[in-house]
Write a protein that binds this ligand. Structure first.
Ligand code: ATP
Length: 612
């Protein structure tokens, strides 16, 4: 008998049983120990609403022709990228009058795998709602959990595409293809022909991708101006619709060379504010207040989690000092949109300075740097550099500039010109010159503060995902650690990276599909095992330091005076899994004046990981 899988529009009877029948939001269950989480509140209250909103955009998979590389109306072309959960292909819409090119993201419902402990906890959670999951096999539970996660991502893509007329500076969603007898689901979105935003410059010259957007004979500051202009518009829109992205970084910014704009993509970690969620509150004021209180509490807890990519995580998320633990309130992220401003600031810094501003040996070092390292702006009189360093990368989120203020600055008459043309332009050029001189000098002692090693792309590439918060009511400290994460960290040098593929594809004819370039489909053998690692270290391991693009590493420090790349072996990023004694680790680090003890770190992990 053909196997049935949950689908975006049909999560079997589980979703139906979970969703309450009350017209108003159900925030607690007096008969159980269950404490709602942000995602379980959504699952309990608006799962059916989300499914009905998605319905017009989900096409049943009717036609698959593997030899012709066809799915429904799309001819599948080359791979244009690969994410954590699947590959992204170029596709051509056959019935479209212009045979438009789209991006097709293929997601295997069986990925990621979960540990047995995770699966058992999910069953226990379901039992509270009289869902008899004892007979479910591991694959059934895994696919239910994974489809749930995908549904949220697709719903967010739909919201950012349609809400309040949509916006050109976010990647627009077109449709999904899915059915109960398919182990894969497909997300179709507009194609950004120049791929993800590149920022590493092996030579002093502007990258080809940048020149395709702003033309030749321009400066780095000119390109930074383009990025700040476009992404500010995207982030301003996201704020308007109540969407906090939580994973802004160069690889989540796609480049549309046809329309010459940059767009925000990847909403897998994103959240909607309580006000933007379509919950119905009880009209009785007292009950409504209680409901609102719990929704806000769940939202707050979710926002406090370290989600994103270590090198781009804002300081308010990774505090370690005793002071910080004194009050829970102090640890609360008050304004989630400021998290995105920080990550956007790090992204702009990468573009301006060709290096990550905060990059340590491992995540702990990186977090220490994010909290303690002060960036100096002495050398520059470029207003963008100033904006990034003194306003966007302000450690205190209350003092950090917000997106509307950035928008005002860049649209004001004075600054709405590329930096090389306005009166600060000369300064910008001078500062870039100084910058090149500076980075070609040997590393100063100061650079070694907090044992910072050469920055690597690893830190940027490793990402902390929120996927597991979708496992209803599950404790994120018990998240599955997929063995592939570790395989990644032992990475093979001959692995073809997504970046290489993108670069390769960028050179191909944009609208010519070549089915022979299609990669073999993601294996669905399900042979990958999860394994258990003792907590609390596990939480830190989860933020995996996987050098996905080893051969491109260290390019930022490979540029010499004459602008030639000086290849040298890239330093391997240490994994925090080897750090067993945090106290020793931190105390042996001469430069760090830290009173952190392992207990404090445990407290920290308990708090951030929602152990309570
Ligand atoms: N619409 C698109 N146009 C062009 N390239 C795309 C598009 N969507 C995705 N890609 C490419 O595929 C890569 C992976 O896609 P995506 O970010 O959606 O996957 P992901 O699983 O969310 O990745 P990760 O979580 O690892 O960041 C992108 O970094 C980009 O290079």
């Amino acid at each position: 008998m053909e196997r049935k899988y949950p689908s975006l529009l049909n999560n079997s009877e589980v979703t139906n049983k979970l969703e309450s029948q009350s017209p108003y939001i159900v925030v607690d269950n007096p008969d159980s120990e269950w404490i709602p989480t942000y995602h379980s509140l959504i699952e309990r209250n608006i799962s059916n609403l989300i499914q009905s909103e998605l319905q017009p955009y989900v096409q049943q998979i009717k036609k698959i022709d593997e030899t012709e590389s066809i799915i429904n109306d799309y001819k599948i072309g080359s791979t244009i990228g690969s994410g954590q959960f699947g590959k992204v292909y170029k596709g051509q819409e056959q019935s479209h009058k212009k045979r438009r090119i789209v991006a097709l993201k293929r997601i295997n419902k069986l990925r990621p795998k979960y540990s047995m402990n995770q699966l058992m906890r999910q069953i226990t959670y379901w039992k509270q709602f009289n869902i008899d999951a004892d007979n479910f096999d591991a694959d059934t539970i895994t696919t239910l959990m994974n489809v749930n996660r995908c549904r949220w991502e697709v719903y967010l893509m739909l919201r950012v595409t349609n809400d309040r007329g949509g916006n050109s500076y976010v990647v627009n969603f077109l449709q999904c293809m899915d059915s109960v007898n398919s182990k894969d689901l497909w997300i179709v979105s507009e194609w950004c022909n120049l791929g993800e935003l590149q920022w590493k410059r092996p030579t002093r010259h502007l990258l080809e991708q940048w020149e395709s957007l702003i033309g030749e004979n321009k400066t780095v500051a000119d390109f930074a101006f383009k990025v700040i202009n476009d992404i500010t518009k995207g982030l301003k829109f996201l704020k308007k619709i109540g969407c906090i992205h939580r994973d802004i970084k160069p690889s989540n910014i796609l480049v549309d060379g046809k329309n010459k704009i940059l767009k925000i993509s990847d909403f897998g970690c994103s959240l909607l504010t309580p006000e933007s969620l379509p919950f119905e509150y009880d009209p009785v004021e007292k009950i409504k207040d209680k409901q609102l209180h719990i929704v806000r509490k769940c939202f707050q807890k979710e926002m406090n989690k370290i989600i994103g990519t270590p090198a781009f995580v804002a300081p308010e998320l990774c505090k370690f000092t005793e002071e910080d633990f004194k009050s829970e309130e102090k640890m609360d992220v008050k304004d989630g949109f400021k998290l995105d401003i920080w990550s956007f600031g790090v992204t702009l810094y990468c573009i301006l300075f060709n290096q990550l501003p905060f990059s340590g040996d491992n995540e702990f070092d990186t977090y220490h740097l994010i909290n303690l390292k002060e960036l100096s702006n002495d050398d520059s009189d470029c207003w963008i550099t100033d904006l990034v360093i003194t306003k966007m990368l302000k450690k205190n989120p209350d003092e950090r500039i917000d997106i509307n203020e950035i928008h005002t600055i860049i649209t004001s008459n004075k600054n709405n010109k590329p930096p090389s043309l306005n009166k600060l332009g000369g300064g910008a050029k001078k500062s870039i010159k100084k910058f090149w001189k500076k980075i070609s000098k040997p590393k100063s002692k100061e650079d070694l503060t907090l044992k910072v090693t050469l920055s690597t792309e690893d830190t940027e590439l490793s990402r902390i995902t929120s996927r597991d918060s979708f496992a209803s009511g599950l404790d994120p400290s018990d998240l599955p650690i997929n063995i592939t994460d570790f395989i990644d960290s032992l990475t093979t040098t001959n692995a073809i990276t997504a970046q290489d593929e993108i670069l390769k594809n960028n050179n191909k004819q944009e609208n010519r599909l070549d089915p022979t370039q299609t990669d073999s489909p993601v294996s669905s053998s399900g042979s990958i095992q999860s394994f258990e690692i003792p907590t609390p270290i596990k939480n830190m391991i989860k933020i995996k330091a996987s050098p996905e693009k080893p051969e491109k590493r260290d390019l930022d420090h490979g540029a010499s005076n004459d602008g030639q790349t000086a290849p040298r072996p890239a330093p391997k990023m240490k994994s925090s899994k080897n750090i067993i004694n945090f106290k020793n680790y931190i105390q042996n680090n001469e430069v760090v004046e830290s009173s952190d003890t392992i207990d404090q770190i445990k407290d920290y992990l308990n708090y951030k990981g929602d152990f309570t």
